[in-house]
Design a protein around this ligand. Structure first.
Ligand SMILES: Cc1cc2nc3c(=O)[nH]c(=O)nc-3n(C[C@H](O)[C@H](O)[C@H](O)COP(=O)(O)OP(=O)(O)OC[C@H]3O[C@@H](n4cnc5c(N)ncnc54)[C@H](O)[C@@H]3O)c2cc1C
Length: 319
């Protein structure tokens, strides 16, 4: 076994996902503590330029036409072979649809333990300590893997992305295993319906929860968003009620957002909601309940009625 840390680079439509940078930055810190290297593993086809933009210590780029799109069978085979051949101390994947597709199977294929829902990683006395969110984020559990090596799947937004941006030397290799007989075939990528605002790309989000009271009050949030040059997002009850489209939902079963400013109006701060927005740079919460859990993650907070505050704030911003 080596002291290296592998990071599975995630990419879609020719773009690296932020989780790649988040894990690469953390991997460098952990690898330094183990006395090894942080190695990003990028599986793809004709994707060397992508491999060159991951800020790990180095990048192993496996190039094969069968890896042009994400294919869980192909990814599992290649990763299992690389892990067995190179023996990293730690393998980091996203706790994303990709990582969740791969994690358990890779654990079986390699015989290494898997710790999922990880939002903290540290090295203590030479041993890895992973913090894992369990019961939908209600409990933080610390786990020390059995044996020296393990797999972890990391929650989006758990680590800062900037430390993992940059460039690193790329080693291009052919697939270590044949991929000509795959039983799982990529057919086509179905993109979500377009036409609505992409809340993951907004600098400011005016986010509303059940505290908004009724569909007729949504326009109060829209007015403020317009005045601020922001977009309106929401907690799940709002999209479940059909008051806003599903594309506006933040959280576990919605989207993960990282705006510069996240205004949480009448949102209690359930773990499933926090999972999608705790990576925002500045969180400002307004809630009538001073004990609402949203205040545990908010940088600024106010306890007042949003139905009074929203129109007043819009007036103020409009000047
Ligand atoms: C598997 C699963 C997945 C889920 N996925 C998601 C998800 O992706 N996103 C998500 O958001 N939730 C998700 N949930 C639901 C989640 O558990 C919560 O039920 C939800 O986030 C609560 O939404 P809320 O904060 O708007 O409503 P509530 O919890 O009802 O909170 C409303 C808040 O508004 C405050 N309030 C009321 N009136 C006012 C007022 N006039 N002015 C100011 N404040 C006021 C109240 O004090 C309260 O804190 C999921 C749940 C499960 C089980």
């Amino acid at each position: 076994m080596s002291n290296n840390v592998f990071v599975l680079a995630e990419h879609l439509n020719g773009k690296l996902a932020d989780i790649t940078f988040e894990m690469a930055g953390k991997a460098k810190e952990l690898a330094a503590a183990f006395g090894g290297q942080a190695i990003a593993v990028l599986l793809g086809s004709d994707a060397k330029a992508l491999a060159e933009s991951v800020g790990a210590d180095s990048v192993s780029y496996v190039d094969d036409p069968a890896l042009a799109e994400f294919n869980p069978e192909a990814y599992s085979r290649v990763l299992a072979a690389l892990i067995k051949e190179r023996g990293p101390r730690l393998v980091m994947m996203g706790n994303t649809s990709v990582g969740m597709d791969l994690g358990a199977g890779l654990s079986v294929a390699t015989g290494l333990p898997l710790i999922a829902y990880v939002n903290g990683l540290a090295v203590d006395g030479g041993a890895l300590v992973a913090t894992s969110q369990i019961y939908g984020g209600k409990i933080q559990a610390e786990a020390v893997p059995d044996g020296e090596a393990c797999l972890v799947s990391c929650l989006a937004g758990a680590f800062p992305a900037d430390a993992g941006r940059g460039a690193a030397p790329v080693e291009q290799i052919a697939s270590p295993v044949p991929l000509g007989d795959l039983k799982v075939k990529f057919v086509k990528l179905i993109q979500p319906e377009g036409g609505d605002v992409d809340i993951t790309q907004q600098a400011i989000l005016v986010s509303i929860g059940r505290g908004i009271g009724g569909q007729e009050n949504i326009e109060l949030a829209q007015e403020l968003a317009e005045a601020l040059g922001a977009a309106v997002s929401a907690s799940r009850p709002i999209t479940d009620a059909g008051w806003l489209p599903k594309t506006r939902q933040v959280g576990k079963s919605g989207l993960t957002v990282k705006p510069k400013v996240y205004l949480a109006f009448g949102i209690s701060g359930a773990p499933e909601h926090l999972e999608g927005m705790r990576g925002a740079e500045t969180i400002i919460a307004v809630n009538t309940d001073p004990k609402a859990p949203i205040f545990d993650v908010a940088h600024y907070g106010a306890t007042c009625d949003i139905l009074d505050l929203l129109p007043a704030l819009s007036e103020k911003v409009k000047g």
